[in-house]
Design a binder for this molecule. Structure first.
Ligand code: B3K
Ligand code: ZN
Length: 880
């Protein structure tokens, strides 16, 4: 690999492009090793960029240059300079001119999976963020928007399907040859990162959708032959997404076709290329025998996410990559809202917050912390992070809380109206909301530039004689890299007051003092400290704070178990009911990790009342029954973390819970048995999740009956959710039979790569001390491959991020193993390697011996010759 010299790109240095590109006409002759790309682009110098002649500098990345013509005539040798990474036209003509560049690429040798590559023989592309420059020399930046026409040509037998962006304009065979072609035209100007092509021998399913204004759209999903029966759910999710965007935001689709292609080698989840989404097949393919309920939910969410990008990302795109959250945060928010409308809102919020806390909070609290809108980068691919996506979505959610439903919608309407066709910024986005509602969002904007998770410290006081109840909230934000001092943020804190019967008290009627910052049930914190007093009342209320997790903050509330139990039993806010249960469990687990687990029996009986309460959705009850993860506890402990102590404590609490709830569990398990055929709908999935959570708890008792039940569920399950849950619970519990069941599972599903991923992950996450040895053996297994990102993430990624005790082994062997694989993978696929390396992000929170080993592993990576800038950036920031 060539050594890459990192250059720091800064938001403050942004300047518009000197040249604009109006049209792009691509002629691509696909060939396994020598694909020829002829790109004819019309350019002109942009107004306001001066009158002097400026060289035209086009980006390239590892390109073989073939030829260059200007306005139809070959360019003289001294009119340009060219290297693998750049083409420079030294003195471009005045006015509109046409440049024709031919390059040659080898898609088969492209192991980075950026640019044009092959997945199981199918030609496909990935251009975001900077992959287009690996196909042709271009102004490869998101603020250069052009109209594209793409002619694709290939051997007919090798690639009978040839797909491009936009609408199909022409197709045919090339007389006297074994080749054929298609021509695609996309009338919507777009940045190069949204370009895509697919060529291959693929099967497909088709459907159609009529938009609200009556426009018919042909829908197609393309997959490898033999997998077309696995696409029905994805197609259904697509149609529901199209309808939802019309209903929720008034947004219609804008081309005659919408195609999705599923490939098995893909660096991330999916890509929103205009009219031609390319997906990691794990977010398309599903049937009950091979996909779990979680897989179905993920497919629904990712299909929706990519579809929603058509407006938030494609029609309105980013001016520069610093604005990434403009499309990603907003589109995550939109997909979360869609799933909430399709499923249970409270349960969706709980799982979104679990994800935020487990992925984004550690990022924000460690060496890789960065603002939602970063201010500098050396490798943009390292900024497709939980902060940009998940915290970015939380910022949109807070906007909605601050402005109200109607104000938020008015701002969105103005944004679509004003910026359709633009490459724009966070400032312009926020300006639409400020203008539409008359609200001042200047302080709110700090959320985009200030990194770190804010902390709210809350205390309450009760004055018996006056009957007044006071709340004092203080906000602060810890220092993060490059940001030692923070300013107060505008934090919307939704709250409720419960009376002794658990009913909500009327907040506005009770405000006694300091209520000017309260609007309805939302306290708008703008200063460092706020105090509100409620009353008079006869008995002190129980405070339910941060309802619905109204802001992405760490909350420390001085309270007691009585209050937590009251909230757990009665809070009208489902999220906070769950949160109270989690808080109670967390208190127990932190004490347990410090060596003194003493279980409050009232907590266990409160758990029992919830899981027995048929008036509550099973999916919600399952969330309450699922204890905080080991990583959650580690995050709460914050420093000098000993994952073994946490593991032991969590196991002990589970055993205690299993003992106390034990007599009720078998009947609950039986009562939750489904009848009839499998359906992936939310209600049935919820029932299965509760039943499997009950089974998992039963196994903690270690009883023979529980093990027998797990085996029988494994054998008789008519769907992957139940079969895999049984396997997983046996493997995690370290059952003697686990190996035999794993062998059986492999035997059954060895030809289903996506199921093999589950088989790899479950073994990688087993907490037993022989796991690392097994994982090393699995890297040599015929079902594993270092060149497929899904396999790498399922085995090595799951070990590094899903197995706290073994990744953070005190002898450092877990770190060394992951570092070895980061080093190997960096040569072939830097993007996947650097993502894997982010698993070290919390290394400084560990015990000192572990820190020592982690530092050594990170340093060993940095010492490697010719490191990619992707991995170098993460390793350097991790060690800084
Ligand atoms: N926009 C793509 C992500 C591209 C990642 C490039 N490293 C998928 C998505 O967020 O929808
Ligand atoms: Zn996205």
């Amino acid at each position: 690999m060539r050594t890459e010299t990192p250059v720091v790109i800064r938001l403050d240095d942004y300047t518009p492009s000197t040249y604009s590109i109006e049209t792009v006409s691509l002629d691509i002759k696909l060939h396994p090793t020598e694909t020829l790309i002829t790109s004819t682009i019309t350019l002109r110098k942009r107004e306001g960029t001066g009158t002097e002649t400026a060289a035209l500098v086009l980006d390239g990345d590892d390109l073989d240059f073939v030829s260059a013509d200007l306005d139809g005539a070959a360019l003289a040798d001294d009119a340009y300079t060219v290297s693998r990474d750049q083409f420079v036209l030294l003195a471009p003509p005045e006015g509109l001119f046409t440049l024709t560049l031919t390059t040659k690429v080898d898609p088969t040798a492209n192991t980075r999976l950026m640019g044009l590559y092959r997945s199981s023989g199918t030609y496909c592309t990935q251009c975001e963020a900077e992959g287009f420059r690996r196909i042709t020399y271009f102004l490869d930046r998101p603020d250069v928007l052009a109209v594209y026409t793409t002619r694709l040509e290939a051997n007919k037998a090798e690639a009978p399907i040839l797909l491009g962006n936009g609408n199909l304009q022409d197709s045919g065979t090339i007389e006297g040859t074994d080749r054929h072609f298609t021509v695609w035209h996309d009338p919507h100007p777009k940045p190069s990162y949204l370009f895509a092509l697919v060529g291959g021998d693929l099967a497909s399913i088709h459907d159609s959708f009529t938009t609200s204004s009556g426009k018919p759209v042909e829908l197609g999903i393309y997959v490898e032959h033999g997998k077309e029966h696995l696409c029905a759910y994805a197609m259904d999710a697509l149609k529901r997404s199209m309808k939802w965007d019309e209903d929720a935001f008034g947004l219609e689709y804008d081309l005659d076709v919408f195609n999705i292609v599923a490939v098995s080698d893909f660096n991330m989840g999916a890509m929103e290329n205009k009219g031609l989404n390319i997906f990691n097949d794990k977010y398309v393919l599903a049937n009950p025998e091979t996909a779990t309920d979680q897989d179905y939910a993920n497919i629904e969410a990712v299909i929706a996410h990519e579809y929603f990008h058509n407006w938030t990302g494609n029609r309105i795109t980013c001016r520069d990559w610093f604005q990434l959250c403009l499309k990603e945060g907003l589109t995550v928010f939109r997909d979360q809202e869609f799933s909430s409308d399709m499923r249970s809102r409270a349960v969706k919020r709980i799982s979104d917050v679990r994800l935020l806390k487990s992925h984004q909070f550690p990022e924000d609290g460690g060496p890789l912390a960065h603002p939602v809108r970063p201010e500098s980068y050396t490798e943009i691919n390292n900024f497709y992070t939980a902060t940009v996506y998940e915290k970015g979505s939380e910022l949109c959610r807070m906007l909605k809380t601050i402005l109200g439903d109607d104000g938020f919608r008015a701002g969105m309407d103005l944004y679509f109206d004003r910026h359709d066709g633009d490459a724009t910024t966070i400032e312009s986005f926020l300006a639409c909301f400020a203008e539409a509602t008359g609200q001042d969002l200047d302080q709110f904007k700090l959320w985009y530039s200030q990194a770190g998770t804010p902390e709210l410290i809350v205390s309450t006081d009760w004055d018996f004689s006056s009957g007044l109840f006071g709340i004092t909230i203080e906000q602060s934000c810890p220092p993060t890299p490059g940001q030692p001092v923070k300013q107060p943020l505008h934090i919307p804190v939704r709250l409720g007051l419960l009376n002794e019967h658990g009913a909500d008290m009327p907040i506005s009627a009770l405000i006694h003092e300091g209520g000017d910052h309260l609007q309805g049930d939302v306290l708008h914190m703008r200063q460092g400290r706020h105090r509100v007093v409620f009353g008079p009342m006869e008995t002190p209320p129980v405070l339910s704070l941060l309802r619905g997790f109204s802001a992405p903050v760490n909350l420390t509330l001085q309270t007691d178990n009585d209050s937590r139990l009251h909230l757990m039993a009665s809070d009208s806010d489902g999220f906070n009911r769950w949160q109270a249960a989690q808080d109670l469990a967390t208190r127990h687990l932190i004490d347990g990790a410090r060596g003194t687990l003493s279980v409050d029996p009232r907590f266990l009986s409160a758990l029992l009342s919830i899981i027995r309460d048929d008036s509550l959705e099973p999916a919600f009850r399952a969330q309450v029954l699922t204890l905080p993860s080991e990583a959650d506890i580690a995050r709460e402990i914050g420093k000098d973390v000993d994952p073994d102590a946490i593991h032991t404590a969590r196991k002990a609490l589970k055993v205690k819970a299993a003992e106390t709830l034990g007599p009720d569990l078998p009947s609950l398990y039986r009562a939750l048995e489904g009848s009839g055929a499998y359906s992936p709908d939310a209600a049935e999935a919820g029932r299965r999740s509760l039943r499997n959570a009950v089974l998992d708890l039963m196994l903690a008792s270690g009883s023979d009956e529980a093990y027998a039940l797990a085996h029988s569920q494994y054998e008789t399950a008519n769907n992957m959710t139940d079969r895999f849950a049984a396997l997983s619970t046996l493997v995690m519990a370290g059952a003697e039979t686990a190996d035999a069941v794993l062998d059986d599972f492999h035997e059954r599903y060895q030809h289903h790569a996506l199921v093999i991923d589950k088989w790899l992950s479950v073994q990688a996450m087993a907490p037993q001390s022989d796991t690392l040895g097994k994982v090393i053996d699995l890297t040599r297994h015929s079902s594993f491959s270092m060149s497929n990102p899904n396999r790498v993430r399922s085995l090595i990624g799951a070990f590094a991020t899903g197995n706290p005790t073994q990744f953070h082994r005190a002898d450092g062997a877990g770190y060394a193993f992951v570092a070895d694989h980061v080093i190997t993978l960096d040569d072939s696929n830097p993007q996947v390697a650097s993502r894997l390396l982010t698993s070290f992000r919390s290394w400084r929170a560990m015990t000192e011996d572990r820190q020592h080993h982690a530092r050594e592993a990170l340093q060993r990576i940095l010492d490697k010759d010719s490191l990619s800038k992707d991995v170098r950036d993460i390793a350097e920031r991790s060690l800084a």
